[in-house]
Design a protein around this ligand. Sequence first.
Ligand code: DX5
Ligand code: ZN
Length: 218
Amino acid sequence: DRSIKIAPSILAADFANFGAECAAVEAEGADWVHVDVMDGHFVPNITFGPATCAAIRPHIKGVMDVHLMIAPVDPFIEDFAKAGADIITAHVEAGPHIHRTLQAIRGAGAKAGVALNPATPANAIAHLLDMVDLVCVMTVNPGFGGQKFIHSQVAKVAALRQMIGDRPIHIEIDGGVDPTTAPLVAGAGADVLVAGSAVFRGGSVDNPAPYGANIRAI
Ligand code: DX5
Ligand code: ZN
């Protein structure tokens, strides 16, 4: 479906070649580039921080979509905005003051996203809908790529689509998206699909054609 955006997650890319990997997936048809920031505290894995985002930025022509799996969030918002993030997504579970966090993201000049872990109900964000540009539904427990899609989240996507109504808010799906699961969430109302392993498998910066075939297959 052409109206669905694909956002490859560079968590599945070659960490020694982020610049070239970003350029390659964009050339092969990616709509956005999804950047997973993990702190070893909010999630049991560590990736990288604002300096790496800033280094990647010049290699992305389109949208840099930064998913923060960190706690606390607020002390780092300015750094990620300065690094050139177009969208900064924070988890509703990352602290007691998500409302303030979302205000700060927009205040820093970025679009604001809120992410929900699989156990968090849709109505946890009922009072945030006028402060967000994107809702990210985690369809795996955050922390690692290549995990199995959690099917119970499809109903949550449908509930969110109904709650959002005609507000201009993206519903993004993150985790276990592949050609089998993508139609389920797209049918429930998602319009941005993050995919890591399903995009990067079989290719490399020297052989990027599989990235394009993988993107078209989703
Ligand atoms: C998981 C990350 C995802 C991850 C998705 O914590 O937020 O973006 O990279 O990877 P796949 O598509 O392999 O499930
Ligand atoms: Zn992510």
